[in-house]
Design a binder for this molecule. Structure first.
Ligand SMILES: *Cc1c(COP(=O)(O)O)cnc(C)c1O
Length: 347
């Protein structure tokens, strides 16, 4: 096998959902945008549906169509980007529920798909997506008389419980939705962990399902094993890799493994990230190339046939830290070249 192997534990994803669900007394949906945070949207969603998830969220109508094909009829599929110009046939045929973001989207939805259910997304201070208070006031009365399934908003700082913006956004959300008979959703993973004040009728975690921060009790969901293609001895003073950034201080052994920035192992990991031989860490030596990594394995007694870059010893967040990014980016960048092996797949 010339490419890496990505082991994806769908039972762990389901266990993470159940553990998050146990922290609320309300419904827990699942966010599976960006191909299920890189793990495979069909496999993830089918496993979560089996675990009891009845409501899913994706970013775009195109993602919703793919998800509907996988899930069949039944589960509700909500679209964060709302009803965009070219979405009408996708929303209709996929029976997808747009989270309308503006008075303009509401008018367009009414005109194009009368009677077709919708949600409304409000902006409570993140200034990214959703109607602000004055705009919401302009169409709220009409929106509340139609098939409105959900009113939602999103927290900007929920991964930091001490951040004052959490309470400010909460107050704004309560203010903007008071007296509504529609269901309300405010919390993603971070908000769910902030406690019941943030739960309303429906929580919608994403990253926690896949084992990422801020859900610190999460099960690991993936192992990424990269095959060793070649090993060599380098003498003191020899360099390794592009631009000769790594220079051997003493006689060293270098393993070259198959995977690189084209597989989502971003170049910023160069000279910093570690791979694991079992439980023994081995540092990258030199730059990440497109298809290859070079690793200092001088201290190993035996060279294994593969090294792991994501494993119980190194979570997505730990690897992300070494690369100056967040677990979300590591997950959603996982390459298409890996051989993917699923545990717990539902057919
Ligand atoms: C991505 C997203 C979520 C899920 O967030 P996590 O931090 O991954 O749990 C929920 N709501 C909205 C609007 C999002 O964009």
């Amino acid at each position: 096998m010339g490419t890496g192997t990505l082991h994806i534990d769908l039972d762990a994803v389901a266990a993470n959902w159940a553990a998050l669900d146990a922290k609320t007394s309300v419904e827990t949906a699942a966010v599976v945008k960006a191909n299920g945070y890189g793990l495979g949207v069909s496999q993830v969603a089918l496993r979560l549906a089996r675990a009891g998830v009845r409501r899913f969220f994706v970013a775009t109508a195109e993602e919703g169509v793919v998800l509907r094909a996988a899930l069949g009829h039944g589960p509700e599929i909500n679209i964060f980007s709302g009803h965009m110009d070219s979405d009408t046939p996708l929303l209709r045929e996929g029976k997808l529920t747009p989270m309308l973001n503006s008075a303009e989207q509401f008018a367009q939805h009414q005109a194009r798909l009368p009677g077709h259910s919708y949600g409304v997304q409000l902006d409570t201070g993140m200034n990214r997506l959703g109607a602000e208070p004055a705009e919401w006031a302009s169409f709220r009365a009409e929106a509340e008389t139609g098939p409105l399934t959900l009113i939602m908003s999103h927290l900007a700082c929920a991964d930091d419980p001490a951040h004052p913006q959490n309470a400010a956004q909460l107050a704004a959300f309560i203010n903007m939705t008071q007296g509504s008979s529609a269901k309300r959703s405010f919390a993603a993973t971070g908000g769910l962990l902030l406690g019941p004040d943030y739960h309303f009728d429906l929580c919608r975690p994403g990253v926690g399902l896949y084992g990422g921060a801020p859900f610190s009790e999460a099960h690991h969901t993936i192992r990424l094993s990269l095959p060793v293609v070649q090993t060599r001895d380098v003498a003191a003073g020899e360099s390794v890799g592009y631009s000769a950034t790594w220079i051997a201080e003493s006689p060293s052994k270098i393993a070259t493994v198959s995977a690189g920035y084209a597989d989502g192992l971003i170049r910023f990991m160069s000279d910093k990230a570690r791979l694991f031989a079992g439980n023994i860490p081995c540092k990258l030596a030199g730059r990440v190339s497109m298809d290859l990594l070079t690793v200092d394995v001088t201290h190993l007694d035996e060279i294994p046939d593969h090294l792991d870059i994501l494993c119980p010893h190194q979570s997505v967040d730990a690897l992300a830290d070494e690369a100056g990014t967040i677990g979300y980016e590591i997950l959603t960048s996982l390459g298409q070249r890996y051989h993917r092996i699923y545990k717990g797949e539902v057919f």
